[in-house]
Write a protein that binds this ligand. Sequence first.
Ligand SMILES: N[C@@H](CCC(=O)N[C@@H](CS)C(=O)NCC(=O)O)C(=O)O
Length: 232
Amino acid sequence: MSEMVVHSIPGSPFGRAVLLTLEEKHAPYRLAPVAPGQHRSAEHLARHPFGRVPVLEHDAFCLYETQAILRYLDRVLPEPALTPADPRAAARMDQLMSVNDWYLFQGVNNVITFQRLIAPRLLGRAPDEAAIAAALPAAHRVIDELAAKLGDQPWFAGSALSLADLLLAPQLDFLQATPEWPQLRAGHARLQGWLDRMTSRASMIATTWERVTAMAAAASGGVANRPAAASA
Ligand SMILES: N[C@@H](CCC(=O)N[C@@H](CS)C(=O)NCC(=O)O)C(=O)O
């Protein structure tokens, strides 16, 4: 298998979903760190015309959009399979991946986690409390719906880990680091249990913001990442 290169900004939850998938597949990869701000450079725009991360490069094949990347990885690295064989379970996985992009990221995480975690840490700016308060009703709606869809299943698409878990976990792990999380998760013990199971997996531990920052520093020295052993 030729080299997988992931262009991402340390801390990016979408970038983390790609790294997580590679870790779960036990696939070697190299992080090509994109410094904050450089995602709008001509060099990065040549890879991603919309100026976002992540981007996957595999030989001469360059791919952006996290869902497309995750599905590509699941096709070229078939073990362990991360898409259910059952059509309805696969449809549920697809649905939840879209919920992640349209209702959890847009209007919730790109406001609350941006204001609480990114703005102070990367931009040296105080959080915009009014913007956070305005995003809370949508945040409750999406967390309630995710908890309902999870129900009493161990994973979002049923009995096995799938790409939906790997796309959602970085976003929810980010959200649980904000002071808004206790009210959002109230009454959703099973969702919290799923998040706790996810964050204790070797793949999640290997891809925390701190670990990816360390990977980025090592990458400057050209060190390829060896995946941690994924837990069951
Ligand atoms: N639809 C894109 C969203 C990617 C995205 O929004 N990435 C964020 C980082 S988590 C980003 O690049 N933000 C830079 C910006 O908005 O300028 C995907 O699925 O890859």
